[in-house]
Design a protein around this ligand. Structure first.
Ligand code: ZN
Length: 235
């Protein structure tokens, strides 16, 4: 093969290979994380703005609560389905008959890494949305504190948690990972909600668990008015 021919072959290879490698890299980035399943899309679209909250004493719900959740792909985060899920989860955690300080997607039947956390460390205690959150570091000193859970209604427990954590998640502005250091009660909420994404409930970590009588009485009243009923399409 003469020199000119060799050069042409090399250039041709470059022209073909470079875009192929670039496509493979971009492709692998895009396939990180999953889209919502068809069943999850049905749940998100068919639910009322205040969604049904899964409870541990319902056998089908407990499977969802115990299943580790998957990361969402950037494509899924940019979807209308995601916006609907985020809005409905917000309406659910702030509904008077729920009134939580945080909620995780498995609690509304969706095994994807999405949580709302009440930021006690910010003025006005805003609820903030986090996608693909992970606790990347935590202080070794454990501090006990009282917790409850919308999926374990009427029960509370004393749970030891790290006082300070580092959390990473996907920015909803840049769609890139960011990390943040959080402490105090907000760090406790992050740990509780991230546990949900790994199929763990507060009672698994609690030193003591007891019935909160005031909550039980309040829930009974809401129940009598038809709240907490499981929608037919979830059966
Ligand atoms: Zn919970």
């Amino acid at each position: 093969m003469n020199k000119t021919l060799k050069l042409i072959v090399r250039i041709a290879l470059l022209v073909v290979l470079v875009p192929l490698i670039a496509l493979a890299v971009v492709g692998s980035f895009k396939t990180e994380g999953k889209d919502f399943s068809i069943r999850e899309k049905v749940i998100i679209e068919h639910s009322d703005s205040v969604m049904y909250v899964t409870v541990i004493n319902d056998p089908a719900d407990s499977v969802i609560l115990r299943t580790p959740s998957e990361d969402l792909s950037v494509k899924a985060i940019k979807s209308e389905t995601f916006r609907t899920l985020a809005a409905k989860m917000y309406s659910t955690v702030t509904a008077p008959h729920q009134d939580g300080v945080g909620i995780a997607a498995p609690q509304v039947g969706v095994n994807k890494r999405v949580i709302w956390v009440m930021r006690y460390d910010k003025p006005g205690k805003p609820l903030e949305l986090y996608v693909n959150p992970k606790i990347t570091a935590s202080s070794s000193s454990m501090i006990p504190g009282v917790e409850g859970c919308l999926s374990v209604p009427c029960y509370k427990g004393s749970v030891p948690r790290s006082g300070k954590i580092e959390i990473s998640y996907i920015s909803l502005e840049t769609f890139r990972p960011v990390t943040e250091i959080v402490d105090g009660y907000t760090a406790r909420i992050f740990q509780h909600e991230c546990d949900h994404l790994d199929g763990i409930l507060f009672k698994d970590r609690a030193d003591t668990v007891y019935i909160d009588e005031a909550w039980a009485a309040e829930r009974k009243e809401f129940e009598a008015q038809g709240y907490f009923k499981k929608p037919d399409f979830l059966d």
